[in-house]
Design a protein around this ligand. Sequence first.
Ligand code: 4AZ
Length: 257
Amino acid sequence: MCQFSRQLVLQFILCFAFGHIYGHQVSGRIVGGSAVTHKKYPYYVRLHYYGKFICGGSLVRNNAVLTAAHCVEDLNVKALSVHADTINLSDTGVEREIKYAMVSKEYDAETLNYDVAVLILSSTIPSASVIPLDRSAVAAGTNCLVIGHGYTKEDRKVLSQQLQEIYVPVVSRKDCQRKYRGTGAITQYMMCASEPGKKDSCPGDSGGPMICNGKQAGIVSWGEGCGRVEYPGVYTDISKVYGFIEYALMIENIVFI
Ligand code: 4AZ
């Protein structure tokens, strides 16, 4: 849903042209992981809603966070906050509010196609460390890092107090489509990864980064259960939504006169 605001008239127009801008109002512990005991992933952020942890995210600029669209859809942007520089849920770390959130018009809440959002922070985090994005698709079999505070099992009982990390191999899109019973559920904007029955992402990890060869290649998005043998975790493929991210970060630099 697009929002009117005097200074944001141009953004409003661009909103129709490209995506949705959530201004003043908008709307998955890792399974088989190990605890992160020092701050080695300084680009990881937590997303909170009315003070409560909801999702992960990553700093792609010192004032911009990449997360999943399903983490922010229909939320009140004013009630969202980002917590950086912390690896324990009980630590506030560096906190920022959200100026606005951008979701592409391509995003489909039913299928989770194009599950990506860019959040512009109320002010910069000067000490921020950002993660570079991967413009090219990652080869099947590549071992990728996934981090998050999500559930440790699909029973959704316990969130990880301490940030967790896993390495999971990328599954080819074709194999993943087959595993999801050829329903067309796995689109060209998605990529899959898991160590079947052992390592996977889970609710609460959503929005968080998947890092392959030092670059962010995916965003935790969805999956059938967590850590199942038959179903890999599904991630937004950054190489396929790169244009949207670049555009969202670019219009943030436009000066309105
Ligand atoms: C979720 O609902 C979710 N096993 C995230 C990741 C996975 C499943 C569900 C992958 O946010």
